[in-house]
Design a protein around this ligand. Sequence first.
Ligand code: PRP
Ligand code: URA
Length: 248
Amino acid sequence: SDVKPTVTQCVGPVYRSEDQKPTAVVSTGVEFDTVTILPQTPQLIALLSIIRNKNTQRGDFIFYSNRIIRLLVEEGLNHLPTVEHTVTTPVGRPYGGLAFQGKICGVSIMRAGEAMEQGLRECCRSVRIGKILIQRDEESAQPKLFYDKLPEDIADRWVLLLDPMLATGGSAIMAVDVLLSRGVPEERILFLNVLASPQGIQNFATKFPKLRLVTAFVDQGLDEKKLTNALSYIIPGLGDFGDRYYTM
Ligand code: PRP
Ligand code: URA
C-alpha cells in the first residue's frame, strides 16, 4: 500500500534511558539529502499532538501552529549562507563570528501559507513577502494558479517558500515553477513546511533535486480520495490547515 507504517520511538533527551522516556509516533524518514526533518523532540511532538487533535479549537490551533512555524523558520535560517564576520565587543576584544550573506524574501502560497508569514517576520525584520495564489480545483484536484505578486528583484534573493501542507505536491511544484520562471535559481529556494506526505516529498524532491525542504514531520500517506478526483488529505494529518487556521 501507499501508506507507510507508523514509526514509534522513545522521545526525550539523550541523557534519559529509553525506559524513562514515553513513546510516540515520530516522522517517517525520507531518502533525500535535500530534505531536513526537524528533530523529533518532546516539545515538537506535543505541539503537533495539539494541532492534530480534532477537538482543538481555532485559538489554540493558531497559537500552537505558530509555535511550530517559528521552529521551522529558525531551522530554515540555518540553511542560508553565512560569511565569517568579526566584531569588537564593548570590552575591546574581537569575536570571530558569522553574518548572514545575501538578501532574502518570503513567498507564501495562499491561503494556508500566509499563516507562516508572521513567524518569518518575527525572525527577519521587515522581510519582503510575495504571494502566489494556487487553489486545488474541487472537481479535478488539480492545482490552478490564480495570482502572483512577487518582489521585482526576486531573482537576486534567497526565497523562503511557505506552505504548511505538502500533500500530492501539486501546489508546491506549481509555485516553484512560477519562481523559476522569474529567474530564481532552484538552489536559492528553501521550502518551509509543517506537514508532508511521503508522496508529496517524493514528487517534489525528485522534480527539484537542488531545492532544500525543511519540514516538521512526514506523515504516513494520503487518504484514499486520491484514487478519485476529490482532494487528498494527509493521514493521519491534521485536516484542512487553512480552514482550521482561518475560518473554522
Ligand atoms: C492546501 C495546502 C497546499 C495544498 C497541498 O491548500 O495549503 O497549498 O493544499 O495539497 P497538494 O500538495 O495536493 O497540492 P488548499 O488548496 O486546500 O487551499 P487553502 O490554502 O486555501 O486551504
Ligand atoms: N491541505 C490541507 O490543508 N490538508 C491536507 O491534509 C492536505 C492538503
